[in-house]
Design a protein around this ligand. Structure first.
Ligand SMILES: NC(=O)c1ccc[n+]([C@@H]2O[C@H](COP(=O)([O-])OP(=O)(O)OC[C@H]3O[C@@H](n4cnc5c(N)ncnc54)[C@H](O)[C@@H]3O)[C@@H](O)[C@H]2O)c1
Ligand SMILES: [Zn+2]
Length: 381
């Protein structure tokens, strides 16, 4: 990781798909020249007047779209803005079709660059269109939510939902570069901001005890969205995720699975609680404590590891148990977990901590134990 006064740079080393994540504050106006440099590295994409389709949702477009588009045009780009209604529902095949139509209408060719300006929904959808149109267009991400900064924009997974399954249709399509302006996080709702923090805490627990300590020591700055703290947590999280992705780009070795710490429980809660009840980050926060309690039951950690996570999650505005008004049966949660696509042949597999900063994949965990844990946790509200 390198930095100058105002920017951090995370190099993602993936052979000929390597790229940079640039993290800055209040520098969106610098994007066009940076993006031009990224395209110019490739003779076949180089152009005096690069063409781009800027894709965003209506919320982000309202906040940043016009000036972002103007900056591109002032720099000599031929760019058009495509927007869709904000929300997970837009991550669909019908929305992808609309992007294809717009690309045909603008006479896009294989040089046309897709720029995703927005959260994870925009990045996943725009990236999927980029991966598939004309067998792959150059793609650049400009994430604007904390979750997109630290998670969805790193690693090249793009895709849309099928009516019967989340993220069922997708591809690996690495971007040419990722441009993160942390000033965009100032306009994010508290709920979306906290949701992203759950993934940040996750990186500390699974990979880096020192980073976890940094978070514990900078709670006030993080809650205030202090620019320096934001650059630190975003760049460190990107570096930690990139390290994992570099080792297991296509999710083959199983290493990438550790990023799912807390997620087996979280996915079940998200499914069972109904849309909008819990954000992804809230569900992950609860799921991380569940996984840690399971690890304690199995004698793998002592209670101190759980307490530290609970305190940090609470200090950063996240829940550690399901809200009091939700009533889920442990049987329902368990059967939902068995359907999780990360489950192998119906066997329960968990990512469990051994200490703060390290986790292990634990296969074939006793169902009885998980059921007991769920009963305790679900009555602990
Ligand atoms: N590809 C991956 O590896 C990966 C990893 C994790 C999550 N995801 C996906 O990411 C999606 C969730 O991403 P998300 O949480 O960013 O959701 P999102 O894109 O829906 O953004 C959340 C809300 O914040 C608004 N918003 C975005 N930026 C803003 C800003 N700067 N100021 C004010 N409002 C802003 C959006 O309009 C939206 O209403 C899910 O679909 C999930 O599957 C993908
Ligand atoms: Zn997640």
């Amino acid at each position: 990781m390198s930095s100058n006064e105002n920017r951090e740079i995370v190099d993602v080393d993936l052979a000929d798909r390597s790229y940079q994540i640039v993290i800055c504050t209040d520098e969106l106006s610098q994007f066009p020249s940076m993006a031009r440099n990224w395209l110019d590295q490739f003779e076949h994409w180089k152009s005096e007047t690069p063409q781009a389709m800027l894709i965003s949702d209506d919320n982000v477009a309202r906040l940043y779209g016009e000036s972002f588009l103007k900056n591109l045009c002032d720099d000599g780009w031929q760019a058009e803005l495509f927007t869709f209604d904000a929300g997970e529902a837009a991550k669909s095949i019908p929305s992808t079709q609309k992007i294809y139509d717009a690309l045909v209408n603008m006479q896009a060719d294989r040089k046309t660059c897709i720029i995703a300006l927005g959260g994870g929904v925009v990045g996943d959808l725009a990236g999927f269109a980029a991966a598939t149109y004309a067998r792959g267009l150059p793609f650049i991400q400009v994430p604007t939510t904390l979750l997109a900064d630290v998670d969805s924009s790193v690693g090249g997974k793009v895709g849309v939902n099928h009516p019967r399954g989340k993220n069922l249709i997708g591809a690996f399509h690495q971007p040419l570069g990722v441009f993160i302006d942390t000033a965009c996080l100032q306009s994010l709702s508290d709920r979306d901001y906290c949701s992203g923090l759950a993934e940040v805490i996750k990186y500390g627990v699974i990979l880096d005890a020192e980073f976890f300590e940094y978070l514990e020591e900078h709670v006030a700055q993080i809650n205030d969205r202090d620019p320096e703290a934001l650059r630190e947590i975003v760049s460190k999280s990107c570096r930690l995720k990139a390290d994992v992705v570099e080792e297991d780009e296509f999710e083959r070795s199983g290493l990438r699975a550790m990023l799912n710490y807390g997620h087996t429980f979280a996915h079940a809660y998200e499914t069972l609680c109904g849309y909008g009840e819990l954000t992804h980050g809230e569900a992950v926060a609860i799921g991380m404590i569940d996984a840690s309690c399971l690890a304690e039951k199995m004698g793998r950690i002592d209670s101190h590891v759980i307490e530290r996570q609970m305190k940090l999650l609470q200090d950063l505005g996240l829940p550690t148990a399901l809200p009091g008004n939700t009533s889920l049966a442990s049987e329902a949660v368990l059967s939902c977990m068995k359907l999780d696509k990360k489950t192998v042949a119906g066997k329960l597999r968990f990512i469990l901590p051994t200490r703060v900063g390290h986790v292990e994949v634990v296969c074939d965990v006793s169902e009885v134990l998980v059921q007991q844990l769920l009963e305790q946790r679900l009555s602990q509200k």
